[in-house]
Ligand binder design. Structure first.
Ligand SMILES: *Cc1c(COP(=O)(O)O)cnc(C)c1O
Length: 401
């Protein structure tokens, strides 16, 4: 007899492309930090849809804003104006201290948009010869899945078999200021980097790296683009992860939690003249900036701030990190993180993180293995002390000797 769970998994496998290998749990409901599978089992979500659900599943205030707006007006295209876009601009600009905003849908689209804008800026403002613009990126980056983006990935899974790729990208090691200095030329228009490399396993660069990056970029007229699609909007215990470094990017990319997980909403935020180079007809998106997206994003930002989720991320992150560091285990190689963006790297001898994620699932925690040996931990930012302590008990049970 096949269970409903088995039947849905079999159907997915038969009809779907196999571009993911999910844990075998079929979810049908979410509320706050919890999700439930179709058999009624409850789990603590320690992935938060890769930090898209920072505000917690089905946050009631975001839901109400979505339902209200969906009954009024959903899409006009940018051929006409809508009454939500200006308010979204006003609120996100004030919150992040940005001067210009360009709304898109997925994170990858925000990355592509920034690449187009800095190239054009390079030709029109910096004076780079036509088609010679160079953008410096980091090894082990993750910026999305388009052809443009995977072309400058260093992950063989992400890029192999998908070429030919666009030229104009130069790769340097993450966290290596000398390599960045050596890579900058007269034609360098931008340096694109994640403040913390999430997909690579929550890698934090050495102290002093980002201030030095900021200085180099300013000195050479290079646009500093921070991809905060995962690190931004409270995940690291600050609104933007750049605040930990005491720097400001020229261009900041946000997505994921910009909608609290209700809808794909991303944005390019700019402190500089970069977005000013785009003129009518030169870039766009049918859904980008639509009134439903704007109403949802406005509510998602509002609850993040008004319900002190950023402060809670800092406090609960510290508690979680302290607890993980206190687990006595021979198989833990390192615990890293900032705020509620945490990772436990296991010793390669432990045989990979996947089986520990399976064991956590059996104990009611959904977490994701990344790059073989690392368990990534990123619960919604609304997690409470009791929930952190309960989660720590489960991690201890699974990881202790
Ligand atoms: C998730 C992510 C992206 C891509 O976002 P999509 O919405 O999946 O296109 C880009 N950059 C970073 C750092 C991300 O974590």
């Amino acid at each position: 007899m096949t269970t409903p769970t088995a039947r849905l998994i079999e159907t997915e496998y038969r009809l779907g492309a196999h571009n993911y290998k999910p844990l075998d749990v079929v979810l049908s409901r979410g509320e706050g930090v919890h999700v439930w599978d179709i058999e009624g089992n409850r789990y603590l979500d320690c992935l938060s849809a890769y930090s898209a659900v920072n505000q917690g599943h089905c946050h009631p205030r975001i839901l109400a804003a979505m339902v209200e707006q969906a009954g009024k007006l959903t899409l006009t295209s940018r051929a006409f104006r809508n009454d939500q876009l200006a308010l979204f601009y006003e609120e996100i600009a004030a919150l992040t201290g940005s001067h210009k905003v360009l709304p898109m849908n997925s994170g990858a689209e925000a990355v592509e948009t920034a690449i187009k804008a800095v190239r054009k800026w390079g030709y029109e403002v910096k004076g780079v010869p036509a088609d010679k613009a160079e953008i410096i990126v980091c090894a082990n980056n993750f910026h999305g899945r388009t052809i443009g983006i995977v072309g400058f990935s260093t992950d063989p899974d992400a890029r192999t078999g998908f070429g030919p790729f666009a030229p104009g990208f130069v790769t340097v090691p993450f966290g290596d200021i000398d390599a960045l200095r050596a890579a900058i030329t007269e034609n360098t228009v931008a340096f694109l980097i994640e403040p913390i490399q999430g997909e690579a396993g929550v890698l934090i660069p050495p102290a002093g790296y980002f201030p030095a990056v900021r200085e180099l970029c300013t000195a050479h007229g290079v646009t500093l683009i921070l991809d905060e699609i995962q690190t931004g909007l409270g995940r690291t215990g600050r609104l933007l992860a750049e605040e930990h470094e005491g720097i400001e990017a020229d261009v900041t990319l946000v997505g994921k939690a910009l909608s609290g997980g209700f809808y794909p909403v991303s944005a390019v935020l700019s402190n500089s003249e970069v977005l000013g180079v785009l003129k009518p007809g030169q870039h766009g998106s049918t859904f980008g900036g639509n009134p439903l997206a704007c109403a949802i994003a406005r509510a998602a930002l509002k609850v993040l701030v008004e319900e002190d989720m950023i402060g809670n991320s800092a406090r609960m992150g510290e508690r979680f990190m302290d607890g993980l560091e206190g687990i006595r285990s021979n198989i833990i190689k390192e615990v890293r993180g900032r705020g509620l963006m945490l990772a436990v790297e296991l010793d390669p001898a432990a045989g990979g993180a996947r089986k520990y994620c399976e064991a956590l699932k059996a104990r009611g925690i959904l977490a994701k293995d990344t790059h073989g040996d690392t368990i990534r931990i990123a619960p919604p930012l609304v997690i409470t002390e009791d929930q952190v302590d309960w989660a720590l008990e489960q991690f201890e049970a699974v990881l202790r000797d």
